[in-house]
Design a protein around this ligand. Sequence first.
Ligand SMILES: [Zn+2]
Ligand SMILES: [Zn+2]
Length: 293
Amino acid sequence: MLKDKYFLPVPTKTCEEIFSGFGAGIKSHYERRAEVRHEPFRIFGNLYYIGDDKVCRHLIDTGDGLIMFDVGYGYNVPEIEADIRKLGFSPEDIKILIISHGHFDHFCGGNELRRKYGMKVLLSRTDTELIRERPERALMEYAYDPEEGVCWPDETISDGDEITLGNTTIKCVAAPGHTMGTTAFFFDATDGKTVKKVGYFGGVGFLTVYPEYNRRMGLPENKSALLRHTAEKLMKIPVDIMIGNHPGNNRTMEKLDYMKKHPGENPFIDKETWPLFLGELIKNTRMFEKKGF
Ligand SMILES: [Zn+2]
Ligand SMILES: [Zn+2]
């Protein structure tokens, strides 16, 4: 069995160094989109992966339509449509699109997808308000096509809310740190015989916890401590399957490779992944705070 181990990158660069290379990284992601493209696959039961190897997208088949987590960029929309069809569904089946947090790489394609298929888009109230006040907080200047604009939600979500469609109820838990309105989501996935608890921490990157960045954006400067407190809070929730916001969070691609080589085994089902990942996140936030960027 593939044993989980996590080596989240400990931030060593300054805020300026990180942001100076950020736009080029996004552009190269677009240019290499044929390489980063990935086939869609079933994680477990009614839970599917339709992201690439840079940004995650997930689908839940609720029996009464699809719930989708995150959408990526506008140029991903044709890929999303093809992937959904490959899995035996139709893009018209998407009833709800949940955006994990208010950053461009998770919502840019939402306008196009909603225009074509009319699903309801949800984002936390906090991130909606913060990016409405100061749109640069959505980091749109780094988007491949900033003209796509922010995908404003039809409804906002808050801590404790439940989203129900078909056989699935998703519990929303406020998970501030990466952004002030990042949300974590918890729900059951089923293959018809067994039920597994799924956890999705919708944003963990250090990019936006630098005090310097937050000063510039008019946001609290202690977001690293906030991220740590969030990780400590979420650690108490039992999770059988952790899904990622970016594939590195849960080693999505490594697990897929393992599944292909070991039919019948499912490395996504592992109760240790969630606490191991969060434990490392806590350790790294402490290291970050000690370094005092
Ligand atoms: Zn983000
Ligand atoms: Zn992201």
